[in-house]
Design a protein around this ligand. Structure first.
Ligand SMILES: [Zn+2]
Length: 185
């Protein structure tokens, strides 16, 4: 299970391992935490007290330090796993759900015709539909989109990137995901 790392204002920064989080605890870099501790790391025995050091790791941690204002405005990076997760593994043309191995990143306006390799021009399509559409626009191929692309918010991006997400983390992230997101569907 990973730890959701936020900046001090509550904006998601990264998923980190409990061990990486422990380093932040040990260096007094944690400003606040959310949720019940879900992991305990034991360190060496302290010479003075004879007690073993013990770090309780919380599912959500906010680290001290300046807030990088730039990161907030940047679009999350596009990847196939995140694209397929955004679109729930459903082909935008035939509407069937497929395993990731049978899905493709489909450019609505083909790249060869000036389409961008970006969230707003990419949609999930099965291999069959992608092959049938080929180098055409949807209207040229008489294939209409069953749903529309969108740019995930930073909070949604963290959900799309997460492997196994604890309920505390999901609750925190979903609270900031726009209603229009398919994650609420
Ligand atoms: Zn399809």
């Amino acid at each position: 299970m990973d730890v959701l790392q936020l900046d001090v204002s509550g904006r998601p920064q990264a998923w980190v391992s409990p061990r990486e989080a422990a380093v932040l605890y040990a260096s007094d870099a944690i400003a606040w935490t959310l949720g019940e501790a879900f992991h305990v790391l034991r360190g060496g025995v302290q010479r003075v007290t004879g007690l073993q050091s013990r770090i309780e790791v919380h599912p959500i941690i906010a680290v001290r330090g300046a807030v990088p204002s730039r990161a907030w405005r940047v679009e999350p990076a596009l990847s196939n796993p995140k694209l397929f997760a955004r679109d729930r593994g459903v082909c935008a043309y035939c509407g069937h759900r497929f395993h990731a191995d049978d899905l493709t990143r489909e450019h609505i306006v083909p790249v060869s015709r000036g389409g961008l390799d970006a969230w707003m021009n990419c949609i999930t399509a099965c291999r069959g539909c992608n092959g049938r559409k080929g180098n055409r626009l949807p209207e040229e191929a008489h294939m209409s989109l069953l749903y529309l692309p969108y740019v995930p918010s930073l909070h949604e991006d963290m959900i799309l990137r997460g492997r196994r997400i604890l309920s505390d983390q999901m609750e925190f992230l979903l609270a900031s995901v726009p209603r229009s997101s398919r994650l609420h569907a």
